[in-house]
Design a protein around this ligand. Structure first.
Ligand code: FAD
Ligand code: SF4
Length: 488
């Protein structure tokens, strides 16, 4: 156990972010010297608050099954090499989750029943950042090769986790990515201020040294057909994400200045790293309206702030959540509560329980305003409140209303895999699709979700592939798709 009295004498403390007026002038992460280093002076005490409970519900809360009390104890004892070994045993990429995960482990922490939970996510990122700084993260190439080949399609966290597990198991793995660089949403969705790309690049370098081959700029289904892929490889992992964005087909949708978040964010990510982006969609001096209140919306908000928008309004159709757990979402579930991300600290207004009825244009065919109406959910039915219609100015509108599944044209149609009722690729408990030798991991099978789930599914799919190729596997398989009650 970490400090036996830690939770009695020490309160919860988190890393302090840089002042808002400083950080909105650059694209770097919002912590002064990287979050891991910022945390070092306080993290031993924080890890010492872990009670090493008889039944650690945090394990269940974490989709990866991270062995949290063990690494808390090792950090408290100053054994950082032991801590990263224990953390890497269940999580290939703690630098991603330690920065970006909503931490369902913390809402399941036993200490959180009547006190502030352990800062598990902060301990996680401190371990990995210290491990990189100390040279504890080394390539782990396989000792022998199986002679089997695997193609992973898509290089987001699911594809990368599957590729790393399979390469280390001795298979020859090529990761295909249609974008010009590897990383999926970690590269072109998530802005630099949430996770600097240096963390991704450092991990890709480790993977290359282990033997994983990356082929960026190849759209599988167009440049290589599914038949060619199946001929060249013994197994295929589909990890293409959930890229079909939800639209809002109301009058005026065709006006200029209305864009999907994933048209806006990738361009800005490129520009923030010094690339020339012709005709970049920019927010400078504009009234920006973001439709959708989740992670994607918050990323549009932080990005628009850094562009220098005149005003930013984020609209959400659901009512404003409370600060406390609702009675129907008790511990240890992940509750819907009011959250303030770093982007929300920096500015912008949030408007809840509203629906967009129409976009209004100017004489040049560009959007100039939105017509909103207040709504209530009554018995699950959305009703507009009469007399609440109003206009708000908007010269840039960004849709962040979620994603409805993987694109079916091309690869998925060519492979002929079955889809589930939501349009995602159907899979069984070993992550096998309906086509022999073709597996699926991450948002492509699960639907739009989280990085932690993508990594967990990539690991589990790798175990399924390994067993398919060799008849047995020692790779860990954290979660069958259907077996997790604490869904976030
Ligand atoms: C803007 C934004 C912010 C987010 N922020 C967070 C966050 O803070 N925390 C969190 O936990 N989650 C966040 N998420 C969700 C998270 O990023 C995803 O759940 C996760 O990336 C899914 O991983 P994946 O590997 O399944 O797919 P993706 O990361 O989507 O990667 C799929 C890759 O497949 C490639 N691909 C698709 N089709 C083909 C093809 N035919 N050939 C070759 N390549 C192809 C795509 O180009 C893409 O690079 C965010 C999502 C968005 C959109
Ligand atoms: S990956 Fe997420 S849920 Fe798991 S321990 Fe880290 S922060 Fe918690």
């Amino acid at each position: 156990m970490a400090d036996p009295k830690g939770f009695l004498k020490d309160g919860r403390e988190v890393a302090t972010r840089r002042p808002v007026e400083e950080r909105v002038k650059d694209w770097n992460e919002v912590y002064p010297d990287g979050i891991g280093r910022t945390l070092l002076p306080i993290i031993t005490k924080q890890a010492g608050r872990c009670m090493d409970c008889g039944i650690p519900f945090c394990h269940q809360g974490c989709p990866l099954g991270n062995i949290i009390p063990e690494w808390n104890d090792l950090v408290w004892r100053d054994d950082w090499e032991g801590a990263i070994e224990r953390l890497h045993a269940t999580n290939n990429f703690p630098e991603f989750t330690g920065r970006l995960c909503p931490a369902p482990c913390e809402t399941a922490c036993v200490l959180g029943i009547n006190q502030d939970p352990v800062t598990i996510k902060n301990v996680e990122v401190s371990i990995i950042d210290k491990a990189w700084d100390s040279g504890f993260v080394r390539p782990q190439p396989p000792e022998w090769l199986s002679g089997k080949t695997v193609a992973v399609i898509g290089s987001g966290p699911a594809g990368l986790a599957a590729a790393q597990q399979l390469t280390r198991a001795g298979h020859t793995v090529a990761v295909y990515e249609r974008a010009d660089k590897i990383g999926g949403l970690l590269r072109y969705g998530i802005p630099e201020f949430k996770m600097e790309k240096q963390h991704l690049d450092r991990r890709l370098d480790q993977m290359r040294r282990e033997g994983t081959v990356f082929r960026a700029g190849v759209d599988v289904g167009t440049e290589i057909t599914a038949d060619e892929l199946r001929e060249r490889y013994d197994a295929v992992v589909i990890a293409v994400g959930s890229t079909k964005a939800r639209d809002l087909p109301v009058p005026g949708r065709e006006l200029g200045g209305i864009h999907q978040a994933m048209e806006f964010l990738p361009q800005s990510n490129r520009a923030s790293l010094g690339e020339e982006v012709p005709d970049q969609i920019r927010a400078d001096g504009k009234n920006v309206v973001i439709i959708g209140g989740g992670d994607t919306g918050a990323d549009c908000l932080g990005t628009s702030t850094r562009h220098g928008a005149a005003s930013i309004t984020q609209l959400e159709i659901m009512p404003m959540p409370g600060e406390e757990r609702p009675a129907n979402q008790p511990w240890p579930t992940y509750p819907m509560t009011f959250k303030v991300s770093s982007a929300h600290e920096e500015g912008g207004d949030r408007v809840y329980a509203v629906s967009t009825k129409e976009f209004l244009g100017d004489e040049d065919g560009n959007v100039r305003a939105l017509v909103l109406v207040d709504v209530v959910f009554d018995g699950g039915k959305l009703t507009e409140i009469e007399g609440t219609e109003r206009e708000i100015p908007a010269e840039l509108v960004l849709f962040a209303m979620g994603f409805v599944g993987p694109e079916q044209d091309g690869l998925i149609d060519q492979l002929g895999v079955e889809l589930d009722e939501r349009g995602n690729v159907a899979r069984n408990n070993t992550y096998a699709s309906s086509v022999e030798g073709v597996f699926v991991a991450g948002d492509a099978g699960r639907g739009q979700s989280l990085i932690v789930w993508a990594i967990a599914e990539g690991r589990a799919a790798a175990a399924g592939v390994d067993e398919f190729l060799t008849g047995s596997t020692t790779l860990p398989a954290p979660i069958p798709p259907t077996a997790r009650p604490l869904v976030v």
